[in-house]
Design a protein around this ligand. Structure first.
Ligand code: ARG
Length: 588
């Protein structure tokens, strides 16, 4: 199906053409079109353009009005104030535009991006043998939404889950498991995520205890790290057990999150082990990195410690070991040269901002990144408790992600159950919807504020039926579905000949903006702007209900046209929520 040109786009085009005709020297003239309360749109760009051309803005505006023949799309255009233009769209044009979107059931008329490329996105990166916490939630939720958005606009997306599966603590774990080989064995073939985590937890604690109390074990454990990095086959085999056990746990959490994570996309820190030496060699030979007190370092003009001395990025430690930075630099080489990315995206905690700034700058100096191949950290803020402090349990421990998700689902199920009888939901539907509402609430709370900001994890607010929550949007969707079920013989059908009520026009003009919103949000990696678009859509729908009866409208044509309007609204809500990773149950 063809993509649909938005009404604002065609008005923008007409105005730009008229402006260039009136001001041939102005080059590309932007009329600065905005939605407006006074008319449908207002163009504010003429003032600045007139000033530049030393022309009278009102005269210029009048010239533009004369050029723009009010016609199919523009019903009315007039000059206001010092040189603004107020523009009213024809009702017929609105309905016809929406009908074209409705006919394109897959994409709702949303165009593909003009110049799609290849993005490698680094997100959902928990650590092996460790419990997942709320920070991992944010990376997963934001990353997944950005993946969906980019793919929808035609971008090729390669997902990379850069899990923490390498490093010194594995020496201790491997050595312990090697000496107690049956600790990770399972009684049954089916291991639950929780079981896997509790195995790992138990093993970690036991290993740590021995490590702290037994000097000989400590020595054996340290030697084991060296074996691991050298690729000793037996050591690797034991290490693999840890990774596999952790993956069982990760997958169970991601499933709880209603999120698809694929095994081949999990390329952890260990995956770049073979590249580390080469990365260091390239950096040293090109002079990007220099030896300093035995370590291989990269220095930056503007990165200094509290004492005023430069703080380098350490690529290789003086004992020869490689750290987090060497791995990330190697991953950049892999993503740029093997995966052929032109955009690298990292959905990582803002507290790692300095690390990424230094890593990206190093890669730029090495020529791995440049104007055509860019890297960007989509940094996210901290999840806070209700008290505004970093989210901790009463005992001061980090909150387990699983506990949090379970509680959200529990609360949401209670909310769903309250209305279940009235809606006629079976117990199975209550359970299923409870899950979609609870997980949706957690995701939406994360996605509806700009990522860099900290946000408060407040379950009461998240599952509230009023306000900017996913439940509110899910109810808006389910309500439309219920109307459509009750419509009987009447089918949603566009009737462009009908005059539209103000609430219908407002809803329609907002629906018209869906494509632009999606393209903009995908390009700027700001899912919160899609959330706010959808919230506004649901609010406009509420106003529409107040002012325009659907099934009891005056004529059969009006009933059909309103069914068509709400159905397109439902599809838009559904698609938008889907892009955010949130389900919209049919009955709620
Ligand atoms: N595993 C890390 C953590 O839990 C996040 C990894 C981020 N990605 C990266 N390429 N460094 O903090």
């Amino acid at each position: 199906m063809a993509s649909v040109t938005s009404l604002s786009d065609s008005v923008q085009q007409q105005l730009a053409t008229a402006l260039s005709a009136a001001l041939p020297d102005a080059g590309s003239a932007d009329p600065l079109l905005r939605r407006s309360d006074r008319a449908d749109f207002q163009a504010n760009g003429i003032l600045a353009l007139a000033k530049k051309a030393k022309a009278n803005p009102r005269e210029l505006a009048t010239q533009v009005v004369e050029q723009v023949r009010s016609g199919d799309v523009i019903k009315d255009i007039e000059v206001s104030g010092p040189g603004f233009l107020n523009i009213t769209i024809a009702d017929r044009a609105i309905t016809e535009n929406l009908a074209a979107r409705y006919a394109d059931s897959d994409r709702l008329g949303v165009p593909f991006a003009a110049h799609p490329g290849t993005t490698v996105i680094d997100y959902a990166q928990p650590n092996v043998a460790k419990e997942m916490h709320v920070g991992h939630l944010r990376s997963a939720v934001i990353g997944d939404a950005v993946v969906q958005l980019l793919e929808f606009t035609g971008e090729s997306v390669v997902r990379r889950h850069h899990i923490g599966d390498w490093g010194t603590q594995f020496g201790m774990l491997i050595q312990f498991l090697d000496e107690h080989p049956h600790e990770l064995d399972h009684k049954s073939a089916q291991v639950s995520g929780e079981e896997a985590m509790s195995n790992l937890d138990r093993l970690y604690k036991a290993a740590r205890k021995l490590f702290d109390s037994d000097e000989e074990f400590k020595t054996r454990a340290r030697r084991r790290v060296v074996d691991l990095q050298a690729g000793d086959p037996h050591t690797l085999a034991v290490w693999q057990k840890f990774v596999d056990e952790s993956k069982i746990y990760f997958f169970s959490v991601f499933e709880k999150l209603d999120m698809e994570i694929r095994d081949p996309d999990i390329v952890g820190e260990s995956g770049y082990n073979d590249m580390l030496a080469e990365t260091c060699r390239l950096l040293e030979e090109s002079g990007v990195a220099v030896r300093s007190e035995g370590a291989l370092c990269v220095f930056f003009e503007d990165v200094k410690g509290p004492d005023g001395n430069p703080v380098p990025l350490i690529v290789q430690k003086s004992d020869g070991g490689y750290g987090y930075a060497a791995t990330d630099l190697s991953a950049i080489r892999d993503r740029v040269f093997n995966l052929k990315a032109n955009s690298l995206l990292y959905v990582v905690d803002a507290r790692q901002a300095l690390h990424f700034r230094m890593v990206f700058e190093t890669a730029r100096r090495a020529g791995w990144l440049n104007d055509d191949v860019t890297a960007f950290q989509l940094a996210f803020g901290t999840v806070l408790g209700k008290d505004g402090k970093p989210f901790k349990t009463r005992e001061g421990e980090t909150v387990k992600l699983v506990d949090l998700l379970d509680e959200a689902v529990e609360r949401a199920t209670a909310v769903v159950r309250e209305k279940a009888e009235k809606v006629g939901l079976s117990e199975q539907e209550v359970v299923e919807n409870g899950r979609y509402v609870g997980i949706g609430a957690v995701k939406y709370a994360d996605l509806s504020t700009s990522a860099v900001r900290d946000y408060k994890f407040d379950l009461d607010q998240m599952v509230s039926l009023n306000g900017d929550t996913s439940v509110y949007l899910q109810y808006a969707y389910a309500r439309i579905k219920s109307i459509l079920r009750k419509a009987g013989e009447a089918r949603p059908t566009a009737h462009p000949e009908l005059a539209l009520a103000p609430a219908e026009r407002a809803l329609g003009l907002h629906l018209d903006q869906f494509g632009e919103t999606v393209l903009e949000v995908a390009a700027s990696h700001e899912p919160h702007k899609l959330a706010s678009y959808l919230y506004q859509l649901a609010s406009l729908l509420t106003t529409f209900y107040d002012q325009c009866p659907v099934l009891k409208a005056e004529t059969p044509e009006q009933v059909e046209n309103r069914l068509f309007l709400v159905d397109l609204t439902a599809r838009t809500l559904h698609k938008g929520m889907d892009l955010l990773g949130i389900r919209t149950p049919e009955r709620l």
